[in-house]
Design a binder for this molecule. Structure first.
Ligand SMILES: [Zn+2]
Length: 201
């Protein structure tokens, strides 16, 4: 006898949901069944929220953080110190640093790190945008907060080489940020200590 399964539409939905990070087969099944059986229109509300968010959110023209307009809330904040710029790998690294309260300058996310094995070269990152900012903003210190792995190191070194003739102090946050995990996985105290213990390059 053939094993009974959910109708194809439900199985397809489960397959789609499983593409989401952190959603395993059991969760995907539970969410799909909830969506099918929901009495109200919450599933439709979720669909609308996904569409609206994807249409309205873009990368900030300056720093690469999430924005609804040309520039993000951080870059638009006139009260922020413009002298210090913190360079991070991903836009998702910015909020963990913000939460420490130890840094009140601005940020620049590169959107990745130089990784020949993954065919990611300097031209694939927002390095040109960084150099533009250095030329147009009054920056006196650049703090590198890239991962402490091989790719993070070579990315830092590559940019330091480009900037070493500029009248800017180049520093890096203290070691202690777990390699691979990124800034997201570091706790506030560790990050705060890493920022205040930064060293000259
Ligand atoms: Zn920004």
């Amino acid at each position: 006898m053939r094993r009974t399964e959910y109708p194809e539409a439900i199985r397809d939905l489960i397959t789609q949901l499983r593409q989401m990070p952190g959603v395993g087969p059991r969760s995907a099944e539970r969410i799909a069944l909830w969506m099918v059986r929901a009495r109200g229109d919450q599933p439709e509300q979720i669909v609308r929220a996904i569409t609206a968010t994807r249409q309205s959110i873009r990368g900030c023209n300056l720093c690469g953080f999430f924005a609804t307009g040309e520039i993000c809330e951080i870059c638009a904040d006139a009260a922020r110190a413009t002298a210090a710029l913190c360079v991070v790998e991903q836009p998702t690294d910015i909020l963990p640093l913000e939460k420490t309260g130890a840094f009140r300058g601005r940020y620049h996310s590169l959107g990745g790190k130089i990784s020949p094995l993954d065919h990611i070269g300097p031209e694939d990152l927002r390095i040109k945008e960084l150099l533009d900012r250095v030329d147009h903003e009054n920056i006196s210190e650049i703090i590198f907060a890239l991962p402490a792995d091989v790719e993070g190191e070579s990315t830092t070194n590559y940019i330091v080489e480009l900037l070493k003739e500029k009248p800017i102090t180049l520093t890096r946050i203290a070691r202690g940020i777990p390699a691979g995990g990124g800034l997201e996985s570091a706790d506030e105290l560790t990050l705060s200590a890493a920022l205040s213990g930064r060293t000259k390059l």
